[in-house]
Structure formats: C-alpha cells, structure tokens
Design a protein around this ligand. Structure first.
Ligand code: GLN
Length: 224
C-alpha cells in the first residue's frame, strides 16, 4: 500500500481524508494526516488542502515542515487544491507585504483571490478529459480561488499539462479575461507527478479527481 498524507495544519483536510476513503483505489493506499516532519517521512505522496495559504505556510514553517516539504516535492507527488495550489506554485501575486513561502512544485504564476472579493464563491461544470466518464462534467467549487496568470515551461522540467479550463460562460468576471486562451481560465494543471486544482474536489461527492491523482500520479508514477 502507498502512503498518502494530507497536510493537516489548517483547512479542508478531513474532507480530503473522507474523499480518499470512498474511491475505488482506497484499498491500495494508507491515508494519514501530516503535521510533523516525521509524519511526512512516512508518506509516498501528499495532498495540500484548501484553506488559507498564508496561514498554512506559516504553520508549516513553525512545524519545521517547509524544507522537508520542498525536498519531498522534488521526488514525490503532491496535489494542491485551492490554497494548496498556491503553495505548489512557483510564483504568487496578491500577497501582503513580505510575501509568503512557496514549495514551487509546478512552474506557474498564480494570483490569490483572483476572481475578486465580491464574487467570492461559485460553481462551474468542468469538462475534464483525463477523468473516468469524462463526458460527465465535474463540478468545480471555487471559493476565493486563485487564478493561473502564467505557465513557465522549461526544457529542464516536465511538460506542463492543462487538465481543465473554465468554460467561458462560467467565468465570473469575463471583463478580466483577454480571450479564451487567457491563462485565468486554466483551473487544473499537471506537471510531472504534481497536480494543481484551483477548486475543491474534496467538497463534492465526486471522487474522480482523487481517483485520478492516486491512479496516475501515485500508483503509476511515470512522469509525463
Ligand atoms: N483565498 C485563499 C488563499 O489565498 C484560498 C481559498 C481556498 O483555499 N478556498 O489562501
């Protein structure tokens, strides 16, 4: 069995645990909550939940987890959802003065709270071709979600795969977009073993993204 940890410092970690226990691959994994470097050392993969990215980063620093997490990201799969996606990015905008610590597993720039403060929360049907039953849309739950501002492909890093985009009619503030190819419509990205979703699959009953992460990033962990 592979050990799948969930960073349990703040945010929606219990929801991820419940989601992992429900998927078809549940018998192939051991799920544990990670709060210390010793907890992390037992894991083969990690999920960083949604919550508040600055708080999670601060608590990780206090727990002595920042460097262990950065080392972990070099060889083992990490999936970041919402705030977790921010931590997994290479560059972040919209942070208060002083910025925040990042892990940088995925070569993108994100902006926190990218859809503005008025539209704090919305849902959108996403077509995600890599999922099982891909003709069935996946409901993306966006809560003060970050947006992707830029991808930074490099010959030294695995290719960046766009896994899902917001349909244009679901974009809350179309005036923010420069067109359909605007990176802000990118809501799920894979690079190598890592996965980033700016929405919260753990807040739905649909376990297909959890199954995808376990099957494709952990159990058959070839880089793409
Ligand atoms: N806005 C939060 C942040 O910047 C993320 C919100 C979430 O995870 N639902 O960390």
């Amino acid at each position: 069995r592979r050990g799948v940890g969930i960073l349990a410092l703040q945010g929606a970690f219990i929801e991820h645990q419940t989601a992992l226990q429900r998927i078809p691959s549940a018998r192939k994994i051991n799920v544990s909550l990670v709060r210390t470097p010793a907890d992390l050392a037992k894991c083969d993969a990690l999920i960083i939940p949604g919550g508040e990215s600055t708080t999670i980063a601060l608590l990780a620093k206090l727990a002595g987890l920042l460097e262990p997490l950065r080392q972990f990201s070099k060889t083992k799969p990490i999936w970041g959802t919402c705030a977790g996606a921010i931590l997994l990015a290479q560059v972040v905008e919209n942070t208060k003065q002083g910025g925040q610590e990042l892990l940088g597993g995925i070569s993108v720039t994100v902006a926190r709270n990218g859809w503005g403060s008025q539209v704090e929360s919305f849902e959108a049907p996403l077509t995600v071709t890599v999922l099982e039953d891909s003709e069935k849309p996946f409901t993306g739950v966006f809560i003060r979600a970050p947006v992707v501002l830029a991808l930074h492909p490099s010959p030294d890093a695995p290719p960046i795969q766009i896994v899902a985009r917001l349909p244009p009619e679901a974009v809350p503030s179309t005036r923010l977009l420069t067109g359909l190819e605007d990176p802000r419509t990118i809501v799920a990205v894979r690079q190598g073993k890592h996965l980033l979703t700016t929405f919260h699959p753990e807040l739905t009953k649909d376990g297909r993204f959890h199954e995808y992460f376990v099957q494709n990033c952990i159990l058959s962990s070839h880089s793409i």
